[in-house]
Design a protein around this ligand. Structure first.
Ligand SMILES: NC(=O)c1ccc[n+]([C@@H]2O[C@H](COP(=O)([O-])OP(=O)(O)OC[C@H]3O[C@@H](n4cnc5c(N)ncnc54)[C@H](O)[C@@H]3O)[C@@H](O)[C@H]2O)c1
Length: 283
């Protein structure tokens, strides 16, 4: 089995910076790449702040924080990933952009290197088909916020090999995370179950079954969820929720997955949740 030490992470947004952080915190050398230089600047600041919080809580020593930051390098050139032992893609949720990137990574990474995607919903089999190594393409779906959430959903494409899945599972163990395997169907496990629940909560709000506060409180106090579904939708981003519902609806063809008209209306209005300062709640 390949000895994995150098990790390439592409996309330095919300997820990419969290993924880079957990790898560097676990002793790996990380090369973080983004097409936009300002995103790399922001990522380094976010990672430094997050590591600082671990130090304040006594979960990381200042020396380990400095060492972690020292193992992190960044740049805008994907070619710098030619010597990576394992690659995680976390760019925008766009099938065409991801397919182009996987085709490029296939030409520059060593043939034994696994190319993984953090996609929430795009078919891993399709990404694998853009490469000459579909047996070494898999989904590595981290949860937000990555440094705190212990689950990684590993998605096995139609052609992904058992060896690749084993390598990814072992890697999750080295990050202190629990890997769960899912097959390559729309939404995998996490979003196949979570998003219809969120969508149904939005239908309940639209139909006046309860206020946003009532719906969230029922799920928090009655079902022991740490966060109500509408507050969670605001946290994820309503545009992201709509995109995933569309993938479920298109991919599974069942009307039960149709996105709620209120969700569509809020996205059209730019009320995207926390990041927009406005969603089911004001921020
Ligand atoms: N946000 C979440 O809660 C969440 C959770 C799980 C999975 N995901 C998935 O993770 C991926 C990234 O999501 P995010 O929320 O971090 O997005 P984001 O918009 O915060 O960041 C995406 C980054 O990718 C960069 N980028 C875009 N195209 C690129 C390219 N071709 N080459 C290099 N860099 C490029 C952008 O400059 C940006 O910095 C998506 O596939 C998303 O579905 C998101």
């Amino acid at each position: 089995m390949i000895d994995i030490q150098r990790i390439g992470v592409i996309g330095a947004g919300t997820m990419g910076n969290g993924i880079a952080q957990v790898f560097t915190q676990s002793g790996f050398d990380v090369r973080l790449v983004d097409a936009a230089a300002p995103a790399l600047e922001r990522a380094r600041t976010t990672i430094a702040k997050s590591l600082e919080k671990f130090v304040e809580k006594g979960k990381l020593t200042p020396a380990d924080r400095d060492a972690a930051l020292g193992r992190l390098s960044s740049g805008t050139d994907v070619d710098a990933l030619a010597d990576a032992d394992y690659i995680v893609e976390a760019i925008v949720e766009d099938a065409g952009a991801k397919r182009d990137l996987f085709a490029r990574l296939d030409t520059l990474a060593r043939p034994d290197v696994i190319l993984s995607s953090n996609t929430s919903s795009i078919s891993i089999t399709t990404l694998g088909a853009a490469t000459s190594r579909p047996d070494k393409v898999l989904g590595m779906h981290f949860m937000n916020p990555v440094p705190l959430m212990t689950l990684v959903e590993l998605i096995r494409g139609q052609a992904t090999s058992a060896d690749s899945m084993q390598t990814a599972t072992a890697l999750c163990g080295r990050l202190g995370k629990t890997a769960i395997e899912a097959a390559d169907y729309p939404g995998f496990i996490a979003n196949r179950i979570l998003m219809p629940m969120i969508n149904e909560a939005i239908f309940a709000l639209m139909e006046g079954v309860g206020t946003a506060e009532a719906i969230d409180t029922v799920m928090k106090l009655g079902m022991n969820h740490p966060m109500g579904p509408l507050a969670l939708a605001d946290f994820i981003g309503l545009d992201v929720c709509l995109a995933i519902m569309n993938v479920l609806h298109d991919g599974l063809g069942d009307p039960k997955y149709r996105p709620c008209p209120l969700l569509r209306r809020m996205v059209a209005a730019g009320h995207l949740g926390r990041k927009a300062g406005r969603g089911f709640y004001p921020y």
